[in-house]
Design a binder for this molecule. Structure first.
Ligand SMILES: [Ca+2]
Ligand SMILES: [Ca+2]
Length: 142
């Protein structure tokens, strides 16, 4: 009886040691492409492997090509007991044609392996989706 108990405890210790060695990951899910248009909102998400007892505040970042092109929260909180949190990305419409760009959205949390995904922001000023850019009128001379 005592031997069995000791065996069980040994197995539990072995299991918990294994758990400590497992690298925890943050995952981010974004669309592979989004279209430049200030009315569109794209649902994205961050997730972790398993729920935690405390809130996990994930930091979001985007490579420089995304600056001024999208609105995205700086952080997303996965509340205790949850492993998933959705967030929205919206695009910023501009009048610049031909500015399709691929950016990398990343999600990080201290001591966790960061997650990242590529996302292409497709321009809408080439005529296919948007209206033509109005030509500038010369300012009147006095
Ligand atoms: Ca545009
Ligand atoms: Ca554009």
């Amino acid at each position: 009886m005592r031997g069995i108990l000791f065996g069980l405890i040994s197995i539990l210790c072995l299991l918990s040691n294994t758990c400590v060695l497992v690298q925890e990951n943050v995952y981010v899910s974004v669309p592979s492409y989004i279209i430049e248009d200030d009315t569109e909102s794209y649902t994205c998400a961050v997730s972790i492997s398993e729920p935690k007892e405390n809130d996990i505040i994930i930091t979001l970042d985007v490579t420089s090509g995304g600056y001024g092109r999208i609105n995205m929260p700086a952080t997303v909180t996965i509340t205790s007991g949850e492993y998933y949190k959705a967030f929205d990305i919206t695009t910023i419409d501009n009048e610049i044609p031909g500015d399709t760009v691929t950016v990398t959205v990343s999600a990080s949390y201290p001591l966790f392996e960061s997650g990242s995904k590529n996302m292409t922001i497709i321009d809408n000023d080439d005529g296919a989706f948007g209206t033509p850019t109005p030509t500038a009128t010369p300012s009147p001379t006095p």
